[in-house]
Design a protein around this ligand. Structure first.
Ligand code: WT7
Length: 665
């Protein structure tokens, strides 16, 4: 943790304000700023009462809770702790016998453009059948199930089936390597793995099951009894007798009725790994009730979801956004949603816009990286410009994962939203479970580049290193001062790290530290996130730890002596990974340097996954260090940006290496 730099403190001048239209205010569930303020006031006046009301109104309990917040083990907070419920029943069974029963739950568009629809009733049948298959393999409440699946209806079915049995799922994004899967299988102690033979992306078939086999062959995976394989394509894959089963084999004899298992409110619904500031990813553990309540409430508040909406969140189920706004939120809210298997640039970069037209999408939620890459594509080729598609169905646009720059915001607002749809810039994190700072479409005047104001009940603030409030207009650290129901419960297997990472003693041990720098505007008190203040990078909205990449690089022991990784700004991906490497042999130049750089990139892809490949690799005889041996990362960040060095370099051992490190390969 370090203090925000002065660059972070500089306030961006943004004078444009976009208030919601009168019609939007009138139609919205939270109608106008007065309604927003009334909810904030309710939370301020009776914090527990406010959350108790939401818990009762939005969830169906098999045993109602009597206790709202238990702070006796702070910062391990318990919410609704004596209540019991089932998450899958709250997403599916609750709609049976209502108007939602025969409504389309999922419109699935495959990579090749073929479309499948499933109603709520059908989805319940499929989830139940798959849950019975898991049950037949001995999966019971509390078991961990690792899911490594493509974006398909089956991915959602697998997650919901776990929830139905009270089994704890841990989804690993399909872009992670065998090594990353292996690490997670062991950390989480998975008894069953659910995967597919292959995934289809951009017209290419990529094997998935192979990666699971490779991971399990790395050893120490005795916890894994079975591997279930969804046959996404007809391509055969290796099947280990007695361990591996196809989906059809597993489900063959199973009934499509399965009684949901009631669990305690605090029972872990899932564990999702994310990067922190050490080399080891953190298994973020979420609860059942608090998490699910907020997934549903934010669908209704942030997206103002209505019965006729067609919602589309483009995130993969391997990330928290896919958990909350694909698998749980839309289903709990009874919405119709689009799930897309492929990539935004196949068969052309107009795919998103064409899909919005095809499925009459009304609420569209994507990442700034995707928007920026599609801006570039549309500028290069008018045939893929959003203007070529009929986007009149849209009413709300969302953004998530990284700061959205005002230029991208304006383009999204004009070209996709037709200057009619609010751009809802939602700030939150894996650890938050759902949105925490975001505008509301029928209330908040929008300012491009700002996530505006905390949701009612979220006590967000900006403080200094000891937890004192910082006045509007100055930068500081983003914190949330009171616990809220959908927050992280612990780091799986490492409660000490949980306390240290999120509830630092210097701030009293009870304030949630987000790890981001932020500033509130002097006029409106609007929040603007200025970026991480720890060693975490955000590349295309994907979180990566610099230490993780450094560990991967130095694990190439035949070649690498030392490595330091920093981020630098990138027009499309937000941040790009830049690695400074000292080899065990002399510093390479020219062709040789290029070739070794490629070798190292491929190595990192194997160690972590292709998303962690450094964009820039620079070689030096050494790294810039202070006389006490500390790597001067600030200096490396300047070099990575291509900035002139203005910092004091007089304490450097060997100032000449700065020129070496400035050379790219
Ligand atoms: C980090 C969390 C849950 C969202 C997906 C990413 C950055 C996220 C915004 C935003 C500025 C944002 C922060 C945060 N971030 N949304 N709207 N504006 N920054 O979840 O992988 O846990 O990453 O993403 O730096 O700490 P994540």
């Amino acid at each position: 943790m370090s203090a925000p730099s002065s660059a972070i403190e500089s306030t961006l001048v943004e004078n444009r304000v976009f208030p919601p239209s009168e019609a939007a205010v009138k139609a919205a569930r939270i109608s106008g700023m007065a309604a927003y303020e009334a909810l904030c006031a309710e939370a301020a006046a009776d914090y527990e009462g406010f959350w108790a009301r939401l818990g009762r109104e939005h969830l169906q309990w098999t045993k109602p809770f009597t206790q709202t917040l238990d702070e006796s083990e702070a910062p391990f907070y318990h919410w609704y702790a004596d209540g019991e419920l089932n998450a899958s029943a709250n997403c599916l069974d609750r709609h049976i016998g209502t108007a939602v029963e025969n409504k389309t739950a999922i419109i699935f568009e495959a990579d090749d453009g073929s479309v499948t629809r499933v109603t709520y009733k059908e989805l319940l049948g499929r989830v139940s059948r798959f849950a019975n298959a898991l049950k037949a393999l001995g999966v019971v409440k509390g078991d961990r199930v690792l899911i490594y699946m493509p974006m398909t209806i089956e991915g959602v079915v697998a997650m919901q089936a776990c929830a139905r049995l009270g089994a704890i799922h841990s989804v690993v994004f399909g872009g992670f390597s065998a090594k990353a899967v292996h690490e997670r299988v062991i950390d989480v102690g998975a008894s069953v793995i659910i995967t597919a033979n292959a995934q289809l992306r951009g017209g290419k078939e990529l094997p998935l099951k192979n990666i699971i086999d490779e991971a399990l062959a790395m050893g120490n995976c005795d916890s894994v009894r079975n591997v279930l394989v969804y046959e996404r394509t007809k391509t055969a894959c290796n099947m280990v007798a007695g361990r591996d089963l196809t989906f059809s084999q597993a489900m063959e004899a199973q009934s499509d009725r399965c009684e949901p298992v009631a669990v305690g409110a605090e029972h872990p619904l899932f564990i999702l790994y994310t990067s922190g500031s050490t080399g080891k990813p953190k298994g973020v553990q979420h609860s059942t009730a608090g998490y699910l309540m907020w997934a549903k409430v934010t669908m209704e508040w942030t997206f103002d979801i209505q019965p006729s909406d067609v919602f589309w969140c483009t995130a993969d189920i391997g990330w928290i956004t896919g958990h909350t706004y694909v698998t749980y939120g839309p289903l709990a809210a009874g919405a119709t949603q689009i799930i897309f298997e492929g990539i935004p640039t196949y068969p052309n970069a107009g795919r998103f816009w064409q899909m919005i037209e095809r499925h009459k999408c009304t609420v569209f939620y994507t990442a700034p990286t995707a928007i920026r890459s599609l801006i570039k594509a549309a500028e290069a080729d008018p045939a893929v410009h959003p203007a070529r598609s009929d986007l009149s169905s849209l009413r709300i646009l969302g953004s998530v994962g990284e700061p959205i720059n005002p230029e991208a915001w304006m383009w999204y607002y004009k070209n996709v939203g037709g200057e009619r749809c609010p751009v809802i810039d939602t700030f939150w994190q894996t650890e938050n479970g759902g949105h925490v700072i975001t505008p509301l479409p029928g209330a908040t005047p929008l300012v491009p580049g700002s996530c505006t104001l905390p949701l009612p009940g979220i006590m967000a603030a900006i403080v200094d290193e000891t937890g004192n409030d910082i006045p509007n207009g100055s930068g500081g650290m983003l914190v949330i001062k009171r616990p809220w129901p959908s927050m992280i419960r612990t780091i799986w297997g490492d409660p000490e790290r949980f306390k240290k990472s999120y509830f630092p003693d210097e701030m009293g041990g009870k304030t949630y530290l987000a790890g981001d720098g932020a500033v509130r505007s002097a006029d409106r008190g609007y929040f603007r996130i200025t970026g991480r203040i720890d060693d975490v990078l955000n590349v295309s909205g994907h979180r990566m730890g610099t230490m993780e990449i450094e560990s991967a690089l130095v694990a190439k022991t035949d070649l690498v002596a030392e490595a330091a990784v920093v981020g630098r700004p990138d027009d499309v991906t937000g941040e790009a990974i830049c690695a400074f490497v000292v080899l065990k042999r002399s510093r390479p130049t020219g062709e040789e340097a290029k070739q070794i750089a490629k070798e190292l990139r491929d190595w990192v892809a194997k160690e972590i996954g292709p998303i962690a490949k450094p964009k820039d690799i620079r070689f030096g005889d050494n790294l810039p260090k202070t006389r006490s041996g500390k790597i001067m990362r600030r200096l490396l960040r300047s070099i990575a940006k291509g900035e002139a060095i203005t910092q004091d370099t007089s304490t450097l051992e060997n100032p000449a290496i700065l020129d070496q490190l400035a050379e790219t390969n």
